[in-house]
Design a protein. Structure first.
Length: 145
C-alpha cells in the first residue's frame, strides 16, 4: 500500500476548511435510544444452554412463528416492556420448568417481580409445590425429602 505524501494531506485539510458549515450526515437510528424489545410481540419458548444461560424464543411483531429467533435473557432487562414480556412468559406456565425456576432465583432484575407473583399464587392456592421459596435452600430440602 502506498503512503500518501504529507503535502497532499495538507491540501486535503485546507479543502475541508473551505466549507466549515458543511453538515455531516447523522445516522438515522441511534442504537442507544432504540428499544429492540418493543418489536417483540411475545416469547414463545426458551432454551437453557450448557453454560446455564437462558435464551428466549421471540415472536416478532408482524412476522410469523417461523421467523422467531432466540435472544439472550439479559437483552430484556434494559426496558420495562422487556421485563413485562419475560414476566408474562414465566407466569404463563401451569407448572414452571425447573430451569426457569432456578434462573429466576439467580437473576436480580426479574427476581422480585416474579417472586411477588408466585407468593400471591401460593397464598391463594395454599402451599403449592410448583412455587419455589425465595431462597435456593428450600429447593434442596424438597429434593432430599
Amino acid at each position: 500500500m502506498r503512503r500518501i505524501p504529507e503535502y497532499f494531506k495538507a491540501l486535503w485539510w485546507r479543502f475541508i476548511e473551505l466549507f466549515p458549515n458543511r453538515q455531516r450526515r447523522q445516522p438515522r437510528i441511534v442504537q442507544a435510544e432504540e428499544d429492540l424489545n418493543l418489536e417483540v410481540e411475545k416469547i414463545i419458548g426458551h432454551e437453557r444452554r450448557r453454560n446455564g444461560i437462558i435464551r428466549f424464543l421471540c415472536k416478532w411483531e408482524g412476522f410469523s412463528d417461523e421467523d422467531a429467533t432466540y435472544r439472550a435473557a439479559d437483552d430484556f432487562k434494559t426496558s420495562p416492556y422487556g421485563i413485562k414480556v419475560v414476566k408474562d412468559y414465566i407466569l404463563s406456565f401451569g407448572e414452571t420448568p425447573e430451569e426457569l425456576k432456578e434462573w429466576v432465583l439467580n437473576v436480580d432484575w426479574i427476581h422480585d417481580s416474579i417472586m411477588e407473583e408466585w407468593n400471591k399464587v401460593r397464598s391463594t392456592a395454599g402451599s403449592s409445590t410448583d412455587v419455589p421459596e425465595a431462597s435456593g435452600a428450600s429447593n434442596d430440602s424438597e429434593k432430599k425429602a
